[in-house]
Design a binder for this molecule. Structure first.
Ligand SMILES: NC(=O)c1ccc[n+]([C@@H]2O[C@H](COP(=O)([O-])OP(=O)(O)OC[C@H]3O[C@@H](n4cnc5c(N)ncnc54)[C@H](OP(=O)(O)O)[C@@H]3O)[C@@H](O)[C@H]2O)c1
Length: 296
């Protein structure tokens, strides 16, 4: 079902975030995207969510409490956005049979697996953020069969605060940077997530109803934070930027309030098999992101 004149009415939550902004840049012209800010629509507000969802053909949830360390002390705020918000959205979507695309995280896993995580691996979050996101996944599954949950990881891009922008800023200021080399994961460009949301959304809107469920969606390939930083600085230097000396350190040398999984590499082959979508190599997506931040 679509709205007036064949246009698709898309309700986007979190439109001012990294992925939400990227999504609005690539949404097809015939998708009428409404993106109320948090002030206009708190996703944990059941009544407001119900009204907004009733006017949509597709709901895309990019809203979340993403401050991983602050979540350890702001537990209620994390659960409001990451569990209660998705729960309210899923209930509202169920009322009218509206499909929901919802983003989740690699931090639902504890990182103890040897090898890449698949969707059916047991979850065991080790942080409040991870636990709140896992609770959000459960709430979506319980309320709404017509969902696609996309777990992503290590998101970066031109908007908001993220690892890429932090490295470029600190790299310009400091002689030496110490970066953790014993956490493994998959850097993922916000633009690639946006592209996948459009691809999956288009198939769901096109009538595909056999593929609802949970998928992994990351940049292709894996590295460590140190490896990610090394590639950022190699590419930045090739574009004429001043770069620092990079020192590999262990997680134990860089204590943070929230624990991070040592391994959060996600196997994304199910998404490719079912929706025929695969992310570019993470180094190539990094280069595209740098085009906007450090033109060659
Ligand atoms: N960032 C990562 O590295 C990462 C890794 C794995 C998974 N993810 C997941 O990917 C998704 C997108 O992340 P992102 O990096 O784009 O996040 P982001 O840049 O932090 O943006 C999150 C957006 O959600 C909004 N928001 C927060 N609480 C809200 C509420 N109660 N009601 C309505 N809106 C609310 C924020 O509003 P304001 O603009 O007012 O702040 C912001 O616009 C999230 O589900 C996140 O958990 C992210």
């Amino acid at each position: 079902m679509t709205g007036t004149e064949g246009n698709v009415r898309v309700l986007l939550l979190g439109g001012a975030g990294q992925v939400g902004l990227a999504f609005q840049r690539v949404a097809p012209a015939d998708w009428l995207v409404t993106a109320p800010g948090r002030d206009a629509l708190d996703i944990a507000d059941d009544g407001a969510v119900q009204a907004a969802v009733s006017a949509a053909d597709l709901v895309v949830n990019c809203a979340a409490y993403t401050a991983v360390d602050k979540a350890e002390t702001e537990v209620d705020a994390a659960y409001a956005a990451n569990r209660d918000g998705p729960a309210a959205l899923a209930r509202a979507c169920a009322t009218g049979g509206t499909p929901l695309l919802h983003l989740s995280t690699d931090y639902v896993f504890d990182g103890s697996k040897i090898g890449a995580y698949v969707e059916t691996d047991p979850v065991a979050p080790v942080s409040v953020y991870g636990a709140s996101k896992e609770a959000g996944e459960q709430a979506v599954r319980a309320a709404l069969p017509a969902h696609v949950i996309l777990r992503t990881a290590w998101v970066y891009g031109p908007d908001r605060a993220n690892f890429l922008k932090t490295m470029l800023r600190l790299g310009a200021e400091r002689e030496e940077l110490r970066v953790v080399a014993d956490q493994h994961g998959c850097p993922t460009a916000a633009a690639d997530i946006a592209d996948a949301l459009v691809a999956v959304g288009a198939q769901v809107l096109g009538g595909r109803r056999d593929s609802f469920g949970t998928y992994h969606l990351c940049g292709t390939g894996a590295t460590t934070w140190h490896g990610f930083a090394a590639e950022i600085f190699a590419q930045a230097q090739a574009r004429g930027a001043r770069v620092p000396r990079l020192v590999a350190i262990d997680t134990a040398d860089y204590p943070t309030p929230a624990r991070r999984p040592a391994n959060s590499v996600l196997d994304c082959s199910l998404l490719e098999r079912v929706f025929d979508w695969r992310a570019p190599a993470w180094q190539d997506s990094l280069a595209r992101s740098l085009d906007g931040l450090l033109p060659a």
